[in-house]
Ligand binder design. Structure first.
Ligand code: ARG
Length: 464
């Protein structure tokens, strides 16, 4: 029965229509099933808008107060789960406006003065997104902090650094972890940058051309704490760059989280055994009783695909649109919301799990012992002795070949054996071949020596 009544509910835009909307059209065009999430922002924006209308004497202060009171009541109802959104009323904007009119009568019909849903929806998304960006930045900061403390705690762990997933040179685990600190730092910067463009007040662009009424857009911006007002009404209602920018920044964050997850998955494997993941953050297998799977990390890696998909989806939605607003743009919300949810959940679980990971010092060090990881050190030693790097590289390559033939590590070579390859080699080379020396001598700026890594940690900590 209720559904029957609702189907016949008069549309707010129903004036010029002779026939009522097909119910299949209503289900196809509705967005309230997902944009109801913007109710708070919608009401906040309407209150600011109405205050401006009152101040500019476009509506009476009596109506202004009545509308604000009504909107606040609706806000409470939604909060308390007492409000019903209706598909037939299309979207969050019309649902709230409709409820307002029912609640306070004709004065409610004034809320939409000098406004269109085209600028209203942009405002709602911007209000929503600026809060979300700040929340995501906080989550990233939390992970960065954890990385720094893990780096500090494990400052003496040496592991192989890899290129091509082949053991390359020994590095500090701390240095490797801080690589992610730097990536996440750039991610934060990108979000902060994006926020500047999100934080622009669009209301007053109306449908696309502005308004004939004496609105004060700057006042609305002040009320809603926007540092800037959009410059061109056509651009304002056509623009979703800021959403694309956010999803793009999010896609990069996911890239970083995915790479980190991938490494932890590999490190957790029986083949590596570099880390032990906490039981509480792993799952078992339904058939193999012995299994402890890194699903949380795998899902983070997997969910990266959703965010990339959202980016591609919104870019595609926007690419062919003539100015100004087109209904296609309603397709911005689901990718945006999904991105926010995915990002937040991945960052949250990772930050809960990270501090509980145990790094296996012995295994990591053991892995540096095979693979001739200090070969570059020998080459650089020969460079110090005056040899051109190319020659030093060739000679060291021959030494490695010799080791392979003899089944020896570089450290096991005697001075006599080494000297056969170059008369420049003397006994100081002994202090250059060990893994520990290799790490501690890499003191170039940004390098992996303990001294440099600790300097970086100190600098990071002093920034806060
Ligand atoms: N639900 C719409 C959206 O999300 C709101 C704007 C609709 N504007 C319009 N003229 N139909 O884009």
């Amino acid at each position: 029965m209720l559904r029957f009544i609702l189907t016949f509910m008069k549309k707010l835009w129903g004036g010029r229509f002779k026939e009522r909307t097909e119910s299949s059209v209503e289900s196809f065009t509705e967005s309230v099933s997902f944009d109801a999430r913007l109710w708070k922002q919608d009401i906040e924006g309407s209150i600011a808008h109405v205050k401006m209308l009152g101040r500019q004497k476009i509506i009476s202060s009596k109506d202004c107060n009545l509308i604000i009171k009504g909107l606040k009541e609706i806000s409470c109802e939604i909060q308390n789960g007492k409000f019903r959104f209706h598909e037939s009323l299309e979207d969050v904007h019309m649902n709230i406006e409709h409820a307002l009119i029912r609640k306070i009568g004709p004065a409610g019909g004034k809320v939409h003065t000098a406004r269109s849903r085209n600028d209203q929806v942009s405002l709602d998304i911007r209000l929503y997104l600026r809060d979300e960006i700040k929340a995501v930045i906080k989550l990233i900061q939390r992970i960065q902090k954890i990385l720094v403390s893990l780096a500090e705690k494990n400052i003496d762990i040496i592991m192989p650094g890899y290129t091509h997933l082949q053991r390359a040179q020994p590095v500090l685990l701390a240095h490797h972890l801080l690589a992610y600190y730097e990536m996440l730092g750039r991610d934060r910067e990108r979000l902060g940058d994006c926020l500047v463009r999100v934080n622009v007040m669009p209301l007053g662009a109306a449908a696309l051309a502005g308004s004939t009424l004496p609105i004060d857009r700057k006042y609305v911006a002040r009320l809603l704490k926007f540092p800037a007002v959009s410059e061109n009404s056509i651009d304002t209602v056509s623009d979703r760059d800021f959403v694309i920018e956010f999803i793009s920044a999010s896609a990069l964050i996911m890239t970083h989280l995915s790479r980190f997850s991938e490494e932890l998955i590999i490190w957790n494997s029986e083949e590596f055994r570099f880390v032990d993941l906490p039981d509480a953050y792993t799952t078992g297998s339904s058939i193999m009783p012995q299994k402890k799977n890194p699903d949380l990390l795998e899902l983070t890696r997997g969910k990266t695909g959703r965010v990339y998909g959202s980016l591609m989806s919104l870019l595609t939605v926007m690419k062919g649109l003539p100015l100004a607003y087109n209904r296609d743009m309603q397709e911005d919300k689901e990718p945006l919301f999904d991105t926010v949810d995915t990002l937040r959940s991945c960052l949250t679980v990772l930050s809960a799990m990270l501090p509980k990971i145990r790094f296996n010092k012995t295994e990591m060090f053991k892995a540096t012992e095979a693979g001739f990881l200090t070969a570059t050190d020998i080459a650089e030693y020969l460079v110090e002795k005056g040899l051109p790097f190319r020659d030093a590289h060739r000679i060291t390559g021959e030494i490695v070949k010799y080791c392979i033939d003899k089944g020896k590590t570089l450290e096991q070579l005697t001075l006599v054996e080494l000297k056969k390859y170059s008369k420049l080699i003397s006994k100081e080379i002994v202090g250059r071949i060990s893994v520990a020396d290799s790490v501690s001598r890499r003191t170039s700026y940004g390098g992996t020596s303990k001294k440099v890594v600790l300097q970086r940690i100190r600098k990071i900590k002093s920034k806060k």
